[in-house]
Design a protein around this ligand. Structure first.
Ligand SMILES: Cc1cc2nc3c(=O)[nH]c(=O)nc-3n(C[C@H](O)[C@H](O)[C@H](O)COP(=O)(O)OP(=O)(O)OC[C@H]3O[C@@H](n4cnc5c(N)ncnc54)[C@H](O)[C@@H]3O)c2cc1C
Length: 458
């Protein structure tokens, strides 16, 4: 890798101010939000700084950077909001390409319900812009303030507070391939096509197949009518049956979260399994009708309506910032990570029960708090917060055991957080022979392994 000549030419191409070789700004990009890297820092192990940061301001710059990276054998790591929790945006001694300046809104059509934005645009900014005009992306991950559109696509994310997945929103995107060629992927304004849809190849690709520079997304008019409903079930099994019936009987999107007993107790002090449902549509009659249907389904599954203060307590608990909770844990000598799984209805309770009991049996694990966050016709996702001793060995035992449980039950361990460095071995095993096909595609597109080396495909 001829870094110095690469940087010299890059400075000529995009300007000195857009290349960082030293100083405090380098350290801002030393890691993403991967819990392991944060743990290492907390334990006093310093992290390497990236060799350099390059900051393209437009698509032409991105193409130039990629071409020069090829010329000088330099590896690149695309960096959006840096909120990856799997080390996807960790530099790993490669040059970081910060996408933050490609943040413009390019086109909006209220009639067609589409918006086209640059990939480094923050979701929070796009949403604010849309809300001012009466529209929404309806994409609300917990990292809403941090993440970018490109990062959400590259990690195959979901809005856990809105139930929309990024793949349901993206109509098309432009990608700079590792060769430097710019290509449009997806049906875009054709809405739907019968030729092979290549969006899936890049969604969840960790930026290992190219850099997403623009995306065309679906938007909706803001729905002003909503009702929040909350129920307490005596066990998770009843709550899961209720969720399955809800998916069958109520039109989506389904804004539902179900906390297991431990999580309910800690979040809102409730001794039971709580389910919170938001019925939100454009029509008040529909909201009322759906509320009635949901209520009957809950009663059929022996649920009691929660007391009125529960929804407020739940909102207050979620309003506490992740950072402040992390600081509290750190000061108590504890650490935390989150595991995003999914499986079919018939396996869901077993997945939960085995995960909780096997993780709790690891010396150094103190809490496993789980919730069901996304409902599909065939199953649902299970999201677990694991609290453990500040110890890297415990960290890896947790992840290996979680993977053993997932593969034993028949679940994924990668529902929405992407793969990155953390899950690459697990995802390879999970994908089976599909991984070999992906590897062949990577070799075809990126023979010199320029793009996000070592993540997802290695
Ligand atoms: C507190 C917290 C809560 C979270 N909650 C959720 C949640 O509810 N739902 C959820 O899905 N995720 C959640 N996450 C994880 C994270 O926010 C997502 O993975 C998010 O999609 C990452 O977006 P980003 O812009 O921060 O990307 P980054 O972290 O910068 O990058 C993510 C990956 O995408 C690649 N990449 C970035 N930009 C591009 C681009 N333009 N082209 C190609 N590749 C690119 C990077 O190389 C990396 O592999 C949470 C994270 C935190 C810290």
């Amino acid at each position: 890798m001829d870094l110095s000549n690469f940087l010299r030419e890059i400075e000529e191409l995009i300007g000195r101010n857009n290349v960082i070789r030293e100083g405090h700004e380098l350290s801002v990009f030393r890691r993403d939000w991967w819990s392991l890297l944060m743990l290492r820092e907390t334990l006093g192990h310093g992290l390497n700084l990236p060799p350099a940061i390059v900051r393209p301001v437009d698509v032409k710059d991105v193409i130039g950077v990629v071409k020069l990276a090829n010329k000088y054998g330099v590896c690149l790591v695309p960096y959006g909001g840096g909120s990856s929790v799997v080390g996807g945006a960790y530099h790993d001694d490669c040059v970081v390409i910060d996408m933050g300046r490609l943040n413009r809104i390019l086109e909006f059509s209220g009639e067609d319900l589409t918006i086209t934005v640059e990939a480094g645009a923050k979701v929070v900014d796009v949403e604010r812009w849309l809300n001012e005009r009466g529209y929404t992306l309806d994409y609300h991950p917990q990292s809403f303030q941090l993440l970018t559109i490109g990062g959400a696509i590259a990690h195959g994310g979901t809005g856990s507070h809105s139930m929309s997945n990024i793949d349901e929103l993206v109509l098309a995107f432009d990608v700079v391939l590792p060769s430097g060629e710019l290509i449009t992927i997806g049906p875009g304004r054709f809405v739907r096509v019968s030729w092979p849809d290549l969006r899936g190849l890049f969604m969840g690709s960790d930026g290992a197949l190219g850099i997403i520079v623009r995306a065309m997304l679906r938007v909706r008019p803001l729905a002003n009518y909503y009702v929040d409903l909350a129920y307490v079930f005596k066990d998770l099994e009843d709550a899961v049956r209720f969720a399955r019936d809800l998916v069958i009987n109520v039109p989506g999107p389904h804004r539902v979260v179900i906390h297991d007993r431990d999580s309910s107790r800690l979040m809102v002090g409730e001794d039971g399994v709580i389910a919170l449902i938001r019925a939100r549509w454009h029509n008040e009659d529909l909201v009322n009708t759906v509320s009635g249907v949901v209520n009957n389904l809950a009663i059929n599954h022996s649920a009691a309506s929660a007391e009125p203060g529960l929804i407020r307590r739940w909102r207050d608990a979620f309003a506490r910032s992740y950072e402040s909770q992390l600081i509290m844990l750190t000061q108590s000598g504890l650490w935390v990570d989150t595991i995003d799984m999914a499986t079919t209805w018939s396996r869901l309770v077993r997945l939960h029960d085995e995960l909780v009991s096997r993780l709790k049996s690891i010396d150094g694990v103190y809490q496993v708090l789980s919730r069901i966050t996304h409902l599909y016709l065939n199953g649902a996702s299970l999201y677990s917060v694991v609290v453990f001793r500040q110890d890297e060995d415990v960290y890896w035992r947790v992840w290996r055991e979680a993977f053993n449980v997932a593969s034993g039950v028949g679940a994924t361990i990668s529902h929405h957080h992407g793969t990155g460095l953390l899950k690459r071995e697990f995802v390879k095993a999970e994908m089976g022979s599909q991984w070999n096909l992906l590897r062949s595609i990577k070799e075809l597109l990126d023979r010199d392994n320029t793009m996000n080396r070592g993540k997802l495909i290695w």
